[in-house]
Design a protein around this ligand. Structure first.
Ligand SMILES: Nc1ncnc2c1ncn2[C@@H]1O[C@H](COP(=O)(O)OP(=O)(O)O)[C@@H](O)[C@H]1O
Ligand SMILES: [Mg+2]
Length: 295
């Protein structure tokens, strides 16, 4: 059995991806399901802090650059979750090549875990987009701040354009469409325009791309929620994604803002496992169940 990869992404940094990834892993482990947590933030790894480690010691760096077996870089953590750390940018991990990227993904898929949670770095670098697109379950973490919403949308847009571009690449007939898709100035306003260009060249290919998009599921999690009314963000985001990107967003759940988060980080205490008010765990458990059911 191959592991299912759950990617945790966001357009913007500081929205709580790593926090969410670590606590989702603890929630899955608590249920007795095997899970591996991986720090895929190649330029700014800090996931280890959320599972109670000061520094990861061995990391993806040793696996990629020193060819250490993957089993040797899997660490046990105070959070009771198996963990693979990332490396800071000084080590040059932010610039892995395509082969190294595939090597990481293939090894993770063939690990003996049921789920692999891959915490990604912020932004729309192709490394992050490819990790996201390759994963079976795709989750975007966002907050209700306008910048976070805007960047989440931008991230989704780049991901989908890249997915379509990769699908069409190699077929000369679509060279100009691909070129337009690759352009960061975003020549296509919406997916419908891409489909229409493709349809003019070939109707069958248009249909294939349409079904590719129909199968493209993304879950969103709203973090740091302070007021219930912020949940309306979900609906706006859902509508815009449908209208311009032609995809359906799954509303996976929300996590409240809690000042205890930074306190637990300072004390290196894994949040979920050390909650005094264990009713807060339910937010993660609800999200966990929705991920299993809806994505
Ligand atoms: N639900 C929350 N309530 C309060 N603080 C949070 C919450 N989620 C994250 N944080 C804080 O926000 C900061 C950024 O979170 P982090 O997970 O590192 O973001 P990202 O991985 O998206 O860059 C952390 O220092 C953490 O303390
Ligand atoms: Mg992070």
């Amino acid at each position: 059995m191959l592991a299912e990869i759950i990617a945790i992404a966001s357009g913007k940094g500081g929205v709580g991806k790593s926090f969410f990834a670590a606590n989702l892993a603890m929630s899955i482990a608590k249920k007795g399901v095997s899970v591996l947590l991986v720090d895929g933030d190649l330029g700014g790894a800090n996931l280890h802090n959320f599972v109670g480690l000061k520094a990861p010691g061995k990391s993806l760096y040793n696996f990629i650059r020193e060819k250490m077996p993957i089993e040797d870089v899997i660490l046990k953590t105070p959070a009771n979750v198996d963990f693979v750390g990332g490396a800071g940018d000084v080590l040059g991990m932010a610039h892995i090549n395509n082969f190294e990227k595939l090597k990481i993904l293939n090894y993770l898929k063939r690990s003996h875990y049921k789920y692999v949670i891959l915490d990604l770095g912020a932004g729309t670098s192709y490394n992050m987009i490819d990790f996201f697109n390759f994963s079976e379950k795709k989750i975007l973490v966002m907050t209700s701040e306008p910048t976070s919403i805007e960047n989440s949308y931008g991230f989704l847009k780049v991901s989908i354009y890249r997915k379509v571009e990769k699908f069409l690449s190699g077929d000369n007939r679509f060279e100009s469409v691909c070129k337009k898709l690759r352009s960061r100035s975003m020549n296509y306003q919406k997916v419908e325009d891409i489909l229409s260009d493709i349809g003019q060249i070939n109707k069958d290919v248009r249909e294939k791309v349409e079904s590719l998009l129909n199968g493209y599921k993304v879950g969103i999690v709203l973090n740091m929620l302070k007021f219930k009314k912020e949940l309306n963000i979900f609906y706006g985001f859902e509508n815009v994604s449908k209208k311009y990107l032609g995809i359906t967003i799954e509303k996976i759940g929300f996590i409240p803002y809690d000042i205890g988060v930074s306190e637990s980080l300072k004390r290196l205490l894994p949040y979920y496992n050390n909650l005094e008010d264990i009713s807060l765990r339910e937010f993660f458990d609800d999200v966990r169940e929705h991920i299993f059911e809806k994505l």
